[in-house]
Design a protein around this ligand. Sequence first.
Ligand SMILES: *Cc1c(COP(=O)(O)O)cnc(C)c1O
Length: 389
Amino acid sequence: MASKKEQNGPDKRQFSTRLLHFGAEIDEATGASSVPIYQASTFHHHSLDNPPEFDYTRSGNPTRQALEDYIALLEGGARGFSFSSGMAAISTTFMLLSAGDHIICTEDVYGGTYRLLTSILPRMNIETTFVDMTDLEQVKAALKPNTKAVFLETPSNPTLKITDIGAVCEWAKSHDLLTMLDNTFMTPYHQRPIEHGVDIVLHSATKFLGGHSDLLAGLAVVANDSLGQRLKQLQNGMGTVLGVYDSWLLMRGMKTLQARMEASERSARKLAEWLVQEPGIEQVYYPGLLNHPGREIHEKQSLGYGAVVSFDVGSGERARQVLDKVTIPLVAVSLGAVESILSYPAMMSHAAMPREVRLERGIGDGLLRYSVGLEHIDDIISDLKQALR
Ligand SMILES: *Cc1c(COP(=O)(O)O)cnc(C)c1O
C-alpha cells in the first residue's frame, strides 16, 4: 500500500483520504488493521552499540509517534506532538518563552489559557497584553521591545469573533514574533493555520478531534524543524506527554473527523437559521450567518463554519429554564462530541470572569453555547423549542 512516505512530491490526496491513509494505518510487521498499542514504558537494548529507535516512552513511543505524524500530516506541518491535555499542550508550548518576555493575546481566549497567562506565567516574569484581535491596530499598538509571541484563537469562544490570521501573522513575522493559534473549534478539516503563516497550531483534542467525550488530550503542530527540535526538548523535559492508550483512542476518533464535522456543521447551520427567526432570541452567533461580523475574513481562511452556535435568550432566568428543560444535549462544559452539548458560559467556562468584564465581552447572563452533535436536527430543534416555551 502507498503510504505518505513512499510518495514523491506534495500530498495531493483529498483530506478524507488522508484521514484514513495517514501512513501508519496498517502495521508493517503484521498487517494489523490498526496501530498497535505499545503499552510499554521502556525498550530493550539488544546491543549497546546499536540502541533501539525508541528507548523510553516519555522520550518516544511508536503508538504516540503514529498519532504525532498523523496530526502533522493533517495540519500540513513539519512535526506533531501530543500531550496529556489541551492545557498541557498550550503550557508546554509557552515554555518556548523566557523570563522577561511579553505576549500579545486575543482577549476572548479560552478560560484555561487566560488563567495560565494571568496567574501562572506572571510568576515566571512572562507578561501578557490582551487585545481585541479583530482589530489589527490594537495588536500593533500592544507591541513592546520585549514582545516575543502572539497568541490567536479564531473563531473565538463563545461569541465566535473572527481574527484575520494572515494579516496578524504577516505583521508578527515582520517583528520576528512567534505566532501560536488555538485551532480547537475549527480542526484541520475546516482550517489549516500553517498555510496562513502560523508557526504553531494547538488543539484541545478532547473536543472535535477525539469527538466522543471519552478522552482528554492535547496536540501541537509546528511549521518547521527547528521549532520541532525545541518543542521536542520541552515535551520530553517537562514530561507532559499523552499516554499510549489515549494516543490510540484519539487516532480511532480522528478517523471519522470529516464525517462527524460535516454532519454536525450541516445541523449547526440549520439550528442557527432557525434561532434567527425564533421570537425571544436576542442574538445568534455563528460564522455561517450572513451578517456575522468578520464572515468574509473567515471564509477567506476557513473551509467551513464549524458546529458551535451561541445565542442569547435574553436573561439569566430564561437561560436556566432552557438548561432545565432540554432533553437532548448534555448540559456540560466541553464541546465537539458525537452527542450535542449545551453550555452556560456565565456559570461554566467564564464563571471566574468579573460580571462587568464578561458583559463587556458580549457574554451576557442569557448566553448559551450549543455544540451540535449527530442527533437528527429536527429533534434538536423541537427539543429546544419546547425548552424555550
Ligand atoms: C477545552 C479547550 C482547551 C483546553 O483543553 P483541555 O483538553 O481541556 O486541557 C483549550 N482551548 C480551547 C479552545 C478549548 O475549547
